[in-house]
Write a protein that binds this ligand. Sequence first.
Ligand code: ADP
Ligand code: MG
Length: 274
Amino acid sequence: MNHKQISIQKVTYSYAGNGWQLYPASFSLKPGEIAGIIGPNGSGKSTLLRIAAGIIRPSTGKVIVAGKDMADMSRREIAASVGFLPQDTGGYLDYLVEEAVAMGRFPHLKGAGFLCPHDISVVERCLIETDTEAYRGRSINQLSGGERQRVMLASVLAQEPDLLLLDEPTSALDIHHQVKIFTLISELVQTGIGAAVVTHDLNMASLFSDRLLLMKQGKIICRGRPEEILNKDILHESYGEGIEIMQHPKNGRPMIFPASVSNRNRDRVYLSPC
Ligand code: ADP
Ligand code: MG
């Protein structure tokens, strides 16, 4: 196995008390690819990603990272290979932005744990790449949700992991920053890392993913290239009706739209002066 690969092998999971189950799920993430993970709310995307990141242990099955069973690896060892951005990036201690990003360097720090010039330059680069350097001296708890989401991504990138596991990394971002962050992820995978990205934004998933995994009710029900997965049959089956699909005017990728508008707006004449 390539040392930059993660392999999730027949993992299962169940939450105590509510009976929800992740059924045996397998996938490998290879260097140089973006795998988009999509599916309705509650289908198990975050559970699968948290297992892949070693945050929760699978009930059965295993996760192999860099040729090793994750169950035998320390948190520091996992963090040197795998960068994980959780879905919920709130509720943090009152760190400054630059401190929060610098914490991403922890798997690489030696001795007394001081940052060396290389660590500092990595932190600077990640602040710039995520457009967060303007907030560097502010508390992370005094940022907007989208600003904080970019800071937490900067911290994950500062780990310089071989594999990125990102749970809805752009859910709070404006369109400019959504495109910027997906473009950044694309550039990073071109340097040879692999990224698994959970997103509800089917259009971003279509534009930026090399392949998609579609989850429903605790199972990976489909996998393939975006143009194989994002069709009416599969999307209606997963998300219900009310979805239209068109092709992106510049690159032909499938683009997803709601099929209807409200009756109130149906007859509005667009392009009329306000
Ligand atoms: P997704 O990310 O696809 O929206 P999740 O993996 O977060 O879904 O959740 C899958 C299912 O497990 C949901 O039904 C959710 O309510 C349940 N669940 C998630 N976290 C917990 C938890 N800590 N305890 C109990 N049930 C949970
Ligand atoms: Mg989730």
